[in-house]
Design a protein around this ligand. Structure first.
Ligand code: MF3
Ligand code: CO
Ligand code: CO
Length: 249
């Protein structure tokens, strides 16, 4: 059973969510063609420090950067590199997790670099809508399967698919806690949600096949078919009537 956030803890957790969201927005405003993913890492380090926070991902199981940057056919956990230059037409997910006051907020968005192709725009918009559909399914008494089912139905309707090998997770005083949050599922199945439970929803949506593979660096997850993937992530806390999205600005 995942830990439940108390009324006394919530303001601290909220703060971490807002700090992560502010850093992500800051990066979003700076993004343009010609920037490298290492530049994004530097932006995240500086902005996180400026807010009195720490990048939770840096050193996590040896992860070598402050942020995950996942471009085009990279599904998640891309490592920033000085030789990876953003080009007009690319899509790039920036995944920010910030620790402040002992609490973690985790949020990501996929940005379009300059004008992008029709397919790129479609997968990005579908991923954004899938996250919102997942959020809409959350309330006290709902099941985790309702969240996955809502995301899966929308993705299929849009002609896209959903990555199975990676999911959302409980979050709070640690970045990764129970439960695992699948982005596919059946309504009425899985963990029954209770007010105070906190987790992320972070659907990875593909234009082609949903199968992924891990690169030799041990982190970078890519689509097997090489087609593009997009992801959005929020940290939520279940409330009696719905949920509070801690990483919404
Ligand atoms: N923020 C990522 C997530 O959504 C965590 C990636 S772990 C890392 O769960 F070590 F790759 F950073
Ligand atoms: Co994340
Ligand atoms: Co996450």
């Amino acid at each position: 059973m995942p830990p439940r956030i108390t009324a006394r803890e919530l303001p601290h957790f909220r703060r971490a969510g807002q700090v992560a969201a502010q850093t992500l927005a800051h990066v979003g405003h700076q993004l343009r063609a010609g920037l490298t993913t290492a530049d994004i890492d530097a932006l995240v380090r500086d902005d996180t420090a400026r807010r009195g926070a720490r990048p939770s991902q840096l050193g996590y199981h040896g992860f070598p950067a402050a942020v995950c940057t996942s471009r085009n056919h990279v599904v998640c956990h891309g490592i920033p590199r000085a030789d990876e230059v953003l080009r007009s037409g690319d899509i790039i997910n920036v995944d920010v997790t910030s620790e402040v006051g002992g609490w973690h907020g985790d949020t990501s968005a996929t940005f379009c670099v300059g004008p992008v192709g029709e397919d790129a725009r479609h997968v990005v918009e579908t991923a954004r809508r899938c996250l919102e559909a997942g959020i809409s399914a959350v309330h006290h008494g709902a099941h985790l399967g309702d969240v996955g089912a809502a995301i899966e139905a929308l993705a299929r309707e849009a002609g896209c698919d959903v990555v199975r090998e990676w999911g959302g997770h409980g979050i709070g005083r640690q970045m990764h806690l129970e439960p695992h949050v699948a982005h596919v599922g059946r309504r009425g199945t899985g963990l029954k949600l209770k007010a105070g439970m906190a987790f992320t929803i972070e659907p990875m949506i593909t234009l082609g096949r949903p199968e992924t593979r891990l690169l030799d660096d041990g982190w970078t997850v890519v689509t097997v078919d090489g087609r593009w993937s997009a992801q959005f992530e929020h940290t939520v806390v279940v409330t009696p009537s719905g949920c509070e999205v801690l990483t919404r600005l």
